[in-house]
Design a protein around this ligand. Sequence first.
Ligand SMILES: O=c1[nH]c(=O)n([C@H]2C[C@H](O)[C@@H](COP(=O)(O)O)O2)cc1CO
Ligand SMILES: [Zn+2]
Length: 166
Amino acid sequence: MIVRYLSWDDYFMAIAFLSAERSKDPNRQVGACLVSESGIILGIGYNGFPRGCSDDDLPWAKKSLTGNPLETKYPYVCHAEVNTILNTNHASANGQRLYVTMFPCNECAKIIIQSGVKEVIYFVEKRLDNSDTIYAASRKLLSMANVSVRKHQPEMSQILIKFGER
Ligand SMILES: O=c1[nH]c(=O)n([C@H]2C[C@H](O)[C@@H](COP(=O)(O)O)O2)cc1CO
Ligand SMILES: [Zn+2]
């Protein structure tokens, strides 16, 4: 019998996808998975409001009806990459890889670089509104800091998880 098993890249990207499912952002769920050089998972995260800051008290809106930016999610939300790096359950080590469902913004790129991540593997490059500068700056910083960047090439087109007896 041939066993169908996941490649390492599909495995870690699938974990980033699964983690994204935890996000309460109604417009965009982002997930990430930080992996050591030897393939040990160091951290997992998704976009959400900071710990102790309730979704009941903060807005998920992209735009404010009154034009007040404090009535949108942007000043409050923690990006998936930042949560993942901060949630790491292990001392930092060389050669870390970060799997992300979406190409990181420039603010995340700074944190990725400073935390010692050596490679970013992303699934999609989404253009957010007026965001060209953000992604150009991100690419520039990652390249200057010698952080490799590559787009994930899935081997499996879908992974189905069924709860039940195995
Ligand atoms: O690098 C990122 N990582 C990340 O987690 N996000 C999150 C923050 C927001 O909750 C959401 C972006 O929302 P929107 O696409 O509606 O503007 O994605 C956004 C970026 C920007 O690329
Ligand atoms: Zn970001």
